[in-house]
Design a protein around this ligand. Sequence first.
Ligand SMILES: Cc1ncc(COP(=O)(O)O)c(C=O)c1O
Length: 480
Amino acid sequence: MSDVSAWRELFVATDARGLAHLAHAAGVAVGSLDQPSHGPRSSLTPAQLRAGVRALDICPPDGVDLNTVLDELGAAVWAHGVHPLDVACVAHLHPPSVVPAVVSELTIASSNQSMDSWDQSPAATEVELHLMDFLGTRIGFPASASGVMTSGGTASNLLGLTLARSWAASKIGVDVLTSGLPEHARTWRFLASNQAHFSVQRAAAQLGLGRDAVVSVPTDDTGAMDIVALDATLELLNGQGLVPVAIVATAGTTDLGAIDPASLIAQRARDVGAWLHVDAAVAGAFIMSERLRERLVGLELADSVTIDFHKLWWQPFNASALVVRDVERFDLLRVRSHYLDRGDELEGMVNLVGRSLDTSRRFDAAKVVASLRTMGQRTFAAMLEHLVDLAVYAASAIDASDDFELVAPVSTVSCVFDAPGRDADDLRRVQQELLADGVMVLGRTTINKRAALKFTFMNPLATSDDVDELLSVVAGRLRG
Ligand SMILES: Cc1ncc(COP(=O)(O)O)c(C=O)c1O
């Protein structure tokens, strides 16, 4: 038999040497949070990055000291990553991480609870359930609500729409999990605005309905679902014998941040017997602010809600949740197994695998709870409100400028604009040059066939002066 003692230091780091390694690792990790000289990204080319990374021998015959490995990764990877805390990192819904979450990640990894079954995560399961209850209460759901953590908004939307599909089938006496889609499913439709995230179409494809089963509802000038158009769409479907099994309202669209009118949509969903899923991946955080919560009116009427902690809750990837109004709906996707979720456990032992499309799963709820407790509601709300204020400020600066024109009013934390007299190619050139030079990670998109640039404000440390500077840099580049 092997001498196992030599392997101990790979698993246990409580001696002086282990602690020194951890302190070093923590230094590298925290150092990567704040690199003022770095800019939003280094200006290395794809080829240079590849050469630096490929120089690492992934698994040499004999292991290398951890400090050396961490330093190498620091030099080859972290130093050339994107730096979300830089004020010029404004392309995507990509937040800087808060320190409590960063350090909690270490505990999540070291304790390695697996959230599929109670016997692999007894206390952690309770924490996740506690967090889901907290979300349910903040959303305004009844006590029957609960949820589950997922890997992201895409996964949460897929889970919500999986439940919607299974629910539609159950209403006509079909158990989709057992017998697959009934013939009648050819008539099923998901309705979502033309600004909804592409994961809705992807979910329809994965669920066997096909992307064509997603009916796109026109939006108004802000990018929010037009309720008159929704009524017309429902009437049209009815006339064609098609069945709206789910309506997806978006609370915070990806580009414009627009918030669909959930209470009006909820009324329509109830009238036609459709499941209402709200994709609140972006604006779901508004449940934490008294000032902003009113923009989500009607959220409490949903059947399921997507919340993305790795957006405006400043959590490192991955951290998302799907919250349902009635926890029993999860039974629609429960698959018992002889080794994991048998159904004969002692009272109170919840196996979260029964709610999830994953089996083994990280304890991401821990970092969210640690962060919220550390930040507190007031600071959280103030930071969120600051980001909304920054987006409004950017819009007014754009309005006042001859160089730019707003594409739509600001709804949440993004600001989409173009430049009069410039075409899509000019905008592409500027955005790509700024990225290649490591000066700015700027957003670029297309809204109603109009090419546009985009700021997405995710960093609460950014100020209105930073916004002025960003605009002046973009204007300078446009002028060439
Ligand atoms: C509105 C909306 N929903 C869902 C998603 C997908 O989220 P994730 O990237 O976490 O899968 C996004 C991503 O930006 C989004 O903007």
